[in-house]
Design a protein around this ligand. Sequence first.
Ligand SMILES: Cc1cc2nc3c(=O)[nH]c(=O)nc-3n(C[C@H](O)[C@H](O)[C@H](O)COP(=O)(O)O)c2cc1C
Length: 216
Amino acid sequence: MATLDRNDLETLRPDGRIRLRPAALLSPVPVVLVGCRGTTEATARPNLIAIAWTGTVCSDPPLVSVSIRKSRFSHLQVTESGEFTVNLVDASLLRAADLCGVKSGRDVDKFALCGLQAADSDRLRHAPTLAESPLTLECRVRSVAELGSHDQFLGEVVGVTVRPDLLGEDGRLSLDRANLVGYLHGEYWSLGRCLGFFGFSVAAPAVLSRRMKGRG
Ligand SMILES: Cc1cc2nc3c(=O)[nH]c(=O)nc-3n(C[C@H](O)[C@H](O)[C@H](O)COP(=O)(O)O)c2cc1C
């Protein structure tokens, strides 16, 4: 874990806990590759940006957010096109994701640099999808909130594509098999074993043993 600056530590409280400076320290968060493309000659090259400040905002309508600094090339591309894709990152994409988080699309073609394939979306006009990603959300920008260090793009999910091996015969999505990566205060971590499922705390014993059989 990245060390905290001594200045981030304040008083030792009576309960023994240490108060830190206010910071958005949610953890774990996903790291995703956001696909974008601008609408002018200067911005038309398909691009990928690594984003950790992303989140689910609403399920109906399906809304997600990505927060991007104004200085990023991708900020300009998303602003121009009003579109982006959110591509989930698995362990095999992690090195590329990190590279897409330190290089700018202003200077390099990140798809070519990482040996990745940009695919067209049949839901969007501009933003590319990442062919190698386990699951992709195709998003149209609904609104932009200028918040300070980052602008938050709120995107409506207008399409979802998934790698076929992640769908069971019954159509069930099995993201547990995708080997997804989490981001914890500056470090990438794989996910461990399954600890439970939605509602497991109140599930009947038979349901619990059926659902947890062979897991974990
Ligand atoms: C793991 C990771 C997460 C990142 N998350 C964000 C983020 O949420 N918002 C952001 O503006 N930049 C984020 N960055 C930095 C950008 O990915 C980086 O500045 C990138 O080079 C910008 O590319 P662009 O100029 O092509 O847009 C992150 C970088 C890494 C490595």
